[in-house]
Design a protein around this ligand. Sequence first.
Ligand SMILES: CC(C)(COP(=O)(O)OP(=O)(O)OC[C@H]1O[C@@H](n2cnc3c(N)ncnc32)[C@H](O)[C@@H]1OP(=O)(O)O)[C@@H](O)C(=O)NCCC(=O)NCCS
Length: 164
Amino acid sequence: MRLPGEYSIARLAKKDAQAVSSLEAECFPTCFGPAQYAAILDAGENAPLRVFGLFAPNGKEGESLAAYVSFALHPAAGEVEIHNIATRAGHRRRGCAEKLLRLVLAAAAALNLEKVLLEVSSGNAPALALYKSLGFTLKGRRKGYYAQSGEDALLLERPLCFLP
Ligand SMILES: CC(C)(COP(=O)(O)OP(=O)(O)OC[C@H]1O[C@@H](n2cnc3c(N)ncnc32)[C@H](O)[C@@H]1OP(=O)(O)O)[C@@H](O)C(=O)NCCC(=O)NCCS
């Protein structure tokens, strides 16, 4: 991929709450506010909901978060559920989201989990292309799930028996 090596990856902490909240607000119609993120990111090392970010080099204060992924571990079910993933507009098509998804896949495999699940709108072509490229396949559909657009929600699954 074209992702420059100087991007760095890190688990987000309470200090990143404002940055991740504003990136989420740029990319999604609904989002967690800074206070909600502060609580999520302050929940401790073993909290089931984890958020990782990719930081661009030389970013100005508060603007260096290029992408993030949030996911929940469900060890009893053998699953990981991706809640959200987004890349800031100026950093897209450089491999940021792929890098973060590969991190989730590796973390899940290291915990001997069996699969990664996520939900995506049927009209979200960039996200569908991303997930397909990493081996996710369609497992279910909720017709007309998104009220505003009328689009279906697609449930995608990626088994962890292989890493491409
Ligand atoms: C979907 C999204 C996260 C992709 O982020 P990204 O960092 O640009 O993705 P990557 O650069 O890692 O792309 C990896 C691969 O995914 C596919 N892909 C990503 N964006 C694509 C697009 N706009 N069109 C076609 N394929 C795309 C390609 O196969 C790409 O590989 P390539 O660039 O070598 O062709 C980004 O467009 C985004 O933030 N969208 C808004 C938020 C969102 O919809 N999130 C998903 C919610 S389910």
